[in-house]
Design a protein around this ligand. Structure first.
Ligand SMILES: Cc1cc2nc3c(=O)[nH]c(=O)nc-3n(C[C@H](O)[C@H](O)[C@H](O)COP(=O)(O)O)c2cc1C
Length: 161
């Protein structure tokens, strides 16, 4: 009886071993992903063959959106382009409690188009563009309008964040 039990145990053990070996390995985590809490990886986010066609564009006044942009770029292997204001936003400019601060004035004026200081961007070769920006008074910062109006997005899939 003991022999039969031992034989059954060995057969079950070997079967379990084969089943484990046949499983698909878990996708590799990127360095950026392993730093955070998500288990998303480059392999699962964007098909590898299209990653070189991906660009992440970001405007960020205090770094929060930029940090997200950097993570998206790391996950997807995308290039990163930062929209920088020609005249950088100071803490006083960003004071939403001040009715006369620069951002309050800009956001109250739908035609305001703050100048961009970063080099001209060409979207040649890109198929997918993530565009990240903070919310100011429930809308995009006006500098985003400056960027969008002077950029040709024909044939590009845009993903705002
Ligand atoms: C002028 C101004 C207006 C803002 N208005 C809003 C708003 O309407 N709703 C909101 O949720 N957050 C608002 N915020 C907060 C920002 O969206 C938030 O701090 C954002 O994470 C900043 O991103 P950044 O660090 O990339 O610039 C406002 C911030 C500023 C400076």
């Amino acid at each position: 009886m003991k022999r039969i039990v031992s034989a059954v145990f060995i057969i079950v053990f070997i079967a379990a071993l084969f089943a484990a070996c046949g499983q698909t390995p878990a996708p590799k985590e990127t360095a950026a992903a392993s730093e955070g809490t998500e288990s998303i990886s480059a392999e699962t986010s964007v098909p590898s063959e299209s990653r070189k066609d991906v660009l992440v564009v970001v405007f960020s006044a205090t770094g929060t959106t930029k940090a997200v942009a950097e993570r998206i770029a790391a996950y997807t292997g995308a290039d990163l382009y930062e929209i920088k204001a020609a005249q950088e936003y100071t803490a006083a400019d960003l004071d939403w409690t001040d009715r006369s601060s620069r951002t309050t004035i800009e956001q109250n004026d739908k035609s305001a188009r703050p100048q961009i200081g970063s080099p001209e961007l060409s979207l040649d070769g890109y198929k997918t563009v993530f565009i990240g920006y903070p919310i100011w008074w429930g809308e995009e910062p006006r500098i985003l309008d400056t960027f969008v109006e002077k950029t040709d997005f024909d044939g590009i899939t845009c993903i705002p964040f």
